[in-house]
Design a protein around this ligand. Structure first.
Ligand code: 1PR
Length: 598
């Protein structure tokens, strides 16, 4: 038997397949006045039908092919699903894998011999015991057990209690089992979610049997003369006795679900920047690079509609979430801003998708010396109907302190609110500006090579975070100054000595559950999202990232979902100006093979 693996072949492909519709059921996708209607049951998702984004960091799967047989079909299936393959050459490759597939082939004893001699048995056990993503196929399932009777007894990896034995042919069943069979799914396995009563393909003479000792592991069984284990699952560790790579669309869907674990359906979010105009009415406004005033003599705040009405409209059109940003919240204390609370109360009466509200979430002392904690501010927002709150400026200060001291004080608004309401309730809104540089070492912040060169041919940029001016000043004394300042400079924002990358990582550590990633340069420009920035941040953190600023066409949404790890895309101007309705975005994504909520 040949020793370990062949040469490394890393293949990147910018399209992953994504299942979405049954190849056997017909799916009718029709626009109605309300929205789409899907008729007929969606049975399983056909990887052939649709394709979706791939990104660099997670689009390579590690394959343990110890050379005992033909795993070409597994390789082909992985590539078909848009993934590159990195072959295991050393035990370290196993330990360093992000996602490992072990398509065991050949005989149990010979396979264990190779694994033991190469040190891979030990590495496999360590990898699996750490609950790292693993998929064993056929012998790759059997080797997890204590031992096998095949040419044995022979010890296996010993991770699952039980002995792998030969099928009993005395009751008329031909051995090996070569053919299609159905599963009895016994517990939630995620990778089997599309299998239902579809048949999958088996070829084997030996099988493991379910018992009290291994029942925690068993996720499905199958009957071939006796009831044997068809799949196991514990945490991120999966193994199947059948061959997904030979089981048609449903088999590909098993692989796809392993390769794309818990993929959330990308969300389309409508954002309403809200503030009082100069007459004191609360309006939805929209900036160009954060400048929300008309370029006329009057220099008025742009008025694009009423917040509650627009939120209702976007809900009806299919927005997956609605965000309200009280953009002058940093200077107009939000608990004094009762109309904003009223907007939330009224909106939540008949808008049944998550509502996020941001602006002014920080500790505050009013003119009478009464102190309000950020938690009180957030609580008031939650009581009024918000599902999530979004923190901007105050999160920048918290991240700066944390990076300076390395200490989590537990006192920042971010930490306090996430401790009480949970991480999922706290979004951090980042408002960076692109700063071009000639060399990445020119700054102490993480820089990226930019797709479009800077004005002087600069090849790099870092993304400087900004905060609302007057953030920590007792504001009522300064309202006049603030109003002047937002007329004067960039929507009244001050650059801080921290990059978007550093901020994102710090706030993730401090307990943020999601990042709303704006970009001042792209805001209101309609030229597309800043892909360099979104890629940088969505690859850096493991919490969901909402891509924001710059959407001008439906293609910008598919681009951002294909080329970055963003979980959601947010837009404002194109929706407010009715240039692109939300349902057109969703139809486009659907046509492009990107799964959407319908
Ligand atoms: O700092 O905690 O008080 O929060 C203030 C919040 O208000 C922050 O979330 C900040 O992003 C927001 N904000 C402050 N000033 C402005 C402004 O426009 N002058 N709006 C502002 C930010 C940006 C996006 C916008 C997208 C999409 N708005 O949310 O909706 O860029 O726009 P597009 O699709 O039209 O390009 P704090």
């Amino acid at each position: 038997m040949a020793a370990a693996a062949a040469a490394t072949t890393t293949q990147m492909d910018n399209t992953r397949s994504l299942s979405s519709i049954s190849s056997t059921s017909s799916l009718l996708f029709t626009r109605t006045n309300e929205f789409y209607k899907i008729q007929n049951r969606v049975k399983f998702k056909s990887p052939r039908a649709l394709s979706i984004r791939a990104t660099s960091s997670d689009s390579v799967v590690t394959l343990l092919d110890y050379g005992a047989g033909n795993v070409r079909s597994v390789r082909n299936a992985i590539r078909h699903l848009g993934f590159g393959i990195k072959d295991v050459q050393t035990p370290e490759d196993i330990l360093n894998a992000n996602r490992l597939i072990f398509p065991g082939v050949g005989a149990f004893a010979a396979a264990m011999d190779v694994l033991n001699k190469t040190g891979m048995a030990e590495a496999l056990c360590a990898y699996i015991e750490k609950d790292r993503p693993f998929l064993g196929i056929c012998l790759g399932l059997q080797l997890l057990f204590q031992s096998s009777e095949e040419n044995g007894p022979v010890n296996g990896l010993g991770l699952i209690p039980g002995v792998v034995g030969r099928f009993d042919s005395s009751n008329g069943f031909r051995v090996p089992q070569i053919g299609w069979n159905a599963l009895q799914i016994t517990k939630d396995s995620e990778i089997l979610d599309d299998v239902g009563d579809h048949h999958v393909y088996f070829v084997h003479s030996y099988r493991a049997m379910p018992s009290d000792d291994n029942k925690e592991w068993v996720s499905s069984t199958c009957n071939y003369g006796d009831n044997f284990i068809a799949s196991v699952r514990r945490g991120n560790v999966h193994a199947v006795q059948f061959h997904p790579e030979k089981s048609g669309d449903v088999g590909l869907s098993v692989l796809r679900r392993f390769l794309h674990p818990k993929t959330n359906i990308p969300k389309v979010i409508a954002c309403l920047d809200v503030r009082a105009n100069d007459k004191g009415d609360l309006v939805v406004t929209k900036g160009d690079q954060y400048d929300v005033r008309e370029h006329t003599k009057e220099n008025e705040v742009r008025n694009l509609g009423k917040p509650v009405e627009l939120a209702r409209q976007y809900y009806k059109e299919g927005a997956d979430e609605i965000s309200f940003l009280n953009i002058t919240g940093f200077r107009d204390f939000p608990l004094g801003d009762l109309p904003m609370l009223q907007v939330l109360r009224l909106t939540s009466e008949n808008v049944f998708v998550p509502l996020t509200v941001g602006g002014g979430i920080r500790d505050f002392t009013d003119a009478n010396g009464r102190h309000y904690s950020s938690l009180e501010v957030a609580s008031e927002y939650f009581r009024s109907g918000a599902d999530k709150i979004s923190i901007g400026s105050d999160a920048v200060y918290a991240a700066e302190d944390y990076l300076k001291t390395g200490v989590k004080t537990g006192k920042s608004s971010l930490e306090q609110i996430s401790r009480v309401y949970g991480n999922q309730a706290v979004v951090v809104s980042i408002d960076p500006r692109r700063v071009y540089i000639t060399h990445p070492n020119d700054v102490e912040f993480k820089a990226v090579r930019v797709t479009d060169l800077g004005p002087n041919g600069e090849e790099y940029a870092w993304y400087q975070c900004t905060v609302g001016i007057l953030c920590f000043i007792v504001t009522f004394l300064f309202v006049h100054t603030a109003t002047q300042s937002d007329k004067a400079v960039n929507g009244g924002r001050e650059g801080r000595p921290i990059g978007a990358y550093e901020l994102a990582k710090a706030v993730e550590d401090l307990g943020a559950g999601e990042i709303l990633l704006n970009c001042i340069d792209c805001d209101g420009q309609g030229k597309g999202f800043d892909m360099d920035l979104i890629k940088l941040i969505s690859d850096a953190v493991s919490i969901p990232v909402i891509a924001s600023s710059g959407a001008g066409a439906v293609e910008h949404f598919s681009d951002v979902f294909r080329k970055t790890n963003a979980s959601a895309a947010l837009a404002a101007g194109i929706f407010h100006r009715k240039e692109v309705p939300i349902q057109s975005v969703k139809e486009h994504l659907y046509k492009e093979g990107i799964e959407v909520r319908i």
